[in-house]
Write a protein of this length. Structure first.
Lengths: 315, 445
């Protein structure tokens, strides 16, 4: 793959450049330009990946430098895949992933649709809406713990005001049935603007002439929405789903700040669980196998999804 | 002598002279880094260490990390062979791993050479902070900061006649410092949701934190007095019937009841700082917390002075009375290139006059000469409670695999106490099984 990239670069090198250089072949010059990137890629991505795969077949523990490292075959992989606790974290992750994506796509698209209309203060509202995604997830997690505080939290107060419930009688992050929704709400609040921006780009890329033609054909607004807007924005929406899906599969900081994975293990997502295995229990070999499984899962799902996305684009 | 020889000899002399000068300079003035948690006692240590700087010529730098991240950060540092810390005031449970993995310098020879005797320190702190294996004279740290879980309470509320009368009528005993956990629960229930001075207050702030060690410290603090044992005292690592004994189950059930009935709303993830906040803001009548919080409470304008009192862990149903040990020892990091200067610091720190000043500044000295001084018990309102509490301590596992053991208890306890999943028996059976698997992995059977 790297060779083909280099060959392509050589092939695309204009003849003038090759004439100017002395002593170095076109191929060598191309390699010279590509080499730093390749080196960085190998050092930062490929080497750690290979090293992780290697560690995943051992009993290595980073806190036991003196212990003998033994090859354990597939034992770590079997342990991970048969561990009930890990399947529970997978379920928690699936709940978080599905609901955040559904809500962010629906609300993000609706906001983009509104912002796309010309109205007074349009720019100001766009700026206000995108503010949450500019904040640090750790900061967002921290201040939402205050908003969710039963005695002084604004969120609880607002819910209490609207429903007549005593705010101190429910705890969004301390109640088993509410905590999974508490993290969904915060992530949706923070990242819906991102989906909105992508949808907005999609909406603004639709030529107005198409709508004008539809108007001439007396197509209703409703029909225009379903036959022009949605199909033409769909690739953008799918791209947003891909980005948010990958990001939320890896979600760590926001949820750690909000719930620490609790109450119990109700909001312990896979990345939190993985971190505990790797850097709290120091089961390095086991955690490496766990990481490889997650990587393959995300990579596999993302590849299938990208193929589907390309098909939609070609339509 | 040929001229070239003279030149060489002169040059060699200059180089040797400069080198020895450099060596002498570095021996006199090292830049030592001490790593510890970021909390009030750390500020006291900074103040105390100025004397060491003045006396030794060494410069002290400090790396303090907040408690929730302290273990993560510092264990990463030790495990990765980082050279940030020359001196480490590490948690008591790290001692097994740090000793077996060669991360701390063994101090026996140094103590012998300098005449530092472990018998001069509170026995529980020597066992808890310095020894590995436990119960053997192998020392990896000098007891630096004695600490233990105890309770602070609103003395001013307890002394109100109308509340005293109502309480006695309801529970049949005085509204006073509880002697048993049952009495403690009565007090917590009594104050839960009560309006005092126009403000709704709650019963007891207890440990429920999930991420690091909070709920384990809190639950164990109660379980010990109910009869929980880590293992068969006659057969190490035999857990079945000890970890999950009927008495342990009763203790865990009590902790959950206390959480359900009497914790302030929103305390599903509370540890030291959350409990301090709850207490100082006047929300709770009782606060479970480590003794290090008491000087801050005593000095607080809202709840300090005569408004607060302190008491050690009450007894369980069988009259047994134990408390969870906190605190740390100070160790020399084995990878440090400044071990001589680091040892010099420990030698200085062990001196009785330095330890006495350490107590005055807010650090809990573990030196018997300080705590057994006739004036010690009355030197602060909480001093006697500290002494009483230190006499009844028990500690969590200090095995090399302590982190895995701790994570298992965090999960089991939080799942049962806070999330309300399963029964206490199931939680403790699961915990015994988890710990057994970890020890099997360690080759302990």
């Amino acid at each position: 793959m790297l060779d083909s990239s280099a060959d392509r670069a050589v092939g695309e090198t204009p003849p003038v450049v090759s004439k100017r250089s002395r002593g170095l072949s076109d191929r060598a010059i191309a390699w010279l330009f590509v080499a730093p990137s390749i080196f960085l890629l190998l050092a930062v991505n490929i080497f750690p990946l290979i090293w992780t795969v290697r560690l995943s077949f051992t009993n290595f523990r980073v806190n036991r430098p003196n212990a003998e490292v033994q090859f354990v075959g597939l034992k770590n992989y079997i342990s991970v895949l048969t561990d009930g606790d890990i399947w529970q974290t997978m379920q928690a992750t699936a709940h978080f992933l599905i609901w955040t994506i559904v809500l962010q796509v629906l609300i993000g698209f609706a906001l983009a649709y509104l912002i796309n209309k010309k109205f007074r203060g349009n720019d100001m509202w766009t700026t206000i809406i995108v503010l949450p995604m500019m904040l640090s997830p750790a900061v967002v997690g921290n201040f939402w713990t205050f908003l969710y505080q039963p005695q002084i939290g604004l969120f609880n107060y607002a819910v209490g005001y609207l429903t007549g419930t005593d705010p101190s009688t429910f705890s969004m992050i301390g109640d088993v049935s509410l905590a999974p929704w508490a993290i969904v709400i915060v992530d949706t609040w923070m990242w819906t603007p991102f989906v909105m921006l992508i949808c907005l780009a999609g909406l603004r890329s639709i030529p107005s002439s198409i709508y004008e033609a539809a108007e001439c054909d007396r197509a209703s607004k409703w029909r225009q929405f379903w036959t022009i807007t949605i199909p033409m924005v769909l690739p953008f929406l799918m791209l947003a789903v891909l980005f948010r899906g990958i990001e939320n599969f890896k979600m760590f900081d926001l949820v750690v700040q909000l719930t620490g994975g609790g109450p119990g293990s109700i909001t312990e997502l896979t990345s939190i669980n993985l971190k505990r295995e790797a850097f709290e229990k120091w089961r390095t070999g086991y955690a490496s196998a766990y990481a490889v499984i997650l990587f393959v899962t995300v990579f596999g799902l993302a590849s299938i999804y990208v193929k589907a996305l390309n098909k939609v684009k070609q339509r | 002598m040929p001229r070239s020889y003279l030149k060489s000899a002169f040059a060699a002399g200059v180089v040797t002279g400069l080198a020895s000068l450099g060596a002498a300079t570095s021996a006199q003035a090292e830049d030592l880094t001490l790593c510890w948690a970021a909390w009030d006692p750390a500020n006291a240590l900074v103040a105390l260490s100025k004397d060491f700087e003045a006396k030794s010529g060494h410069k002290m730098s400090f790396e303090f990390v907040p408690w929730p991240n302290f273990a993560d950060r510092m264990l990463n540092e030790l495990n990765s062979g980082g050279k940030l810390c020359d001196l480490m005031i590490g948690d008591s449970q790290w001692i097994g791993g740090a000793a077996e993995n060669g991360q701390y310098v063994k101090l026996n020879d140094f103590f012998d050479k300098e005449g530092i005797k472990m018998s001069d320190f509170i026995p529980a702190t020597v066992t808890g902070y310095s020894e590995w294996p436990k119960g053997t004279p192998n020392y990896w740290a000098l007891p630096a900061f004695g600490d233990v879980v105890g309770w602070s309470y609103r003395k001013d509320w307890f002394s109100r006649p109308e509340l005293q009368a109502e309480f006695k009528q309801k529970y049949g005993h005085e509204l006073a410092v509880p002697k048993t956990f049952e009495e403690l629960k009565h007090i917590a229930e009594f104050f839960q949701g009560r309006v005092i001075d126009g403000k709704t207050v709650y019963g007891a702030a207890i440990y429920t934190e999930r991420g690091s060690e909070g709920i384990t410290m809190g639950a164990m603090d109660v379980l010990y007095s109910y009869g929980f044992e880590y293992q068969n005292p006659d057969k190490p690592y035999e857990l079945e019937g000890y970890v999950n004994s009927d008495k342990s189950v009763k203790g865990l059930e009590f902790y959950k009841e206390l959480y359900n009935c009497c914790a302030p709303p929103g305390s599903s993830d509370a540890y030291m700082s959350e409990n301090i906040d709850a207490y100082k803001s006047g929300q709770v009548a009782l606060q479970m917390n480590f003794a290090f919080t008491w000087p801050g409470i005593n000095a607080d304008p809202n709840v300090g002075g005569d408004k607060s009192g302190y008491f050690p862990n009450p007894a369980g149903p069988d009259g047994k009375q134990f408390a969870q040990l906190g605190g740390q020892g100070i160790s020399v990091v084995a990878i440090s290139e400044k071990q001589d200067a680091a040892l010099e610091y420990i030698k200085w720190f062990a001196q009785p006059d330095v330890q006495a000043k350490w107590w005055q500044l807010g650090g809990y000295s573990a030196l018997r000469a300080v705590v057994e001084d006739p004036g010690f018990a009355k030197s602060q309102p909480y001093a006697q409670t500290f002494l009483d509490s230190m006499a009844i301590v028990k500690d969590f596992w200090a095995e090399p695999s302590y982190a895995s053991l701790l994570q298992a208890s965090q999960k089991r306890f939080h799942n049962y106490v806070v999330a309300g999943q399963g029964t206490a028996k199931e939680a403790l059976d699961g915990l015994a099984a988890d710990w057994k698997a970890i020890f099997e992995d360690e080759g302990k059977y």
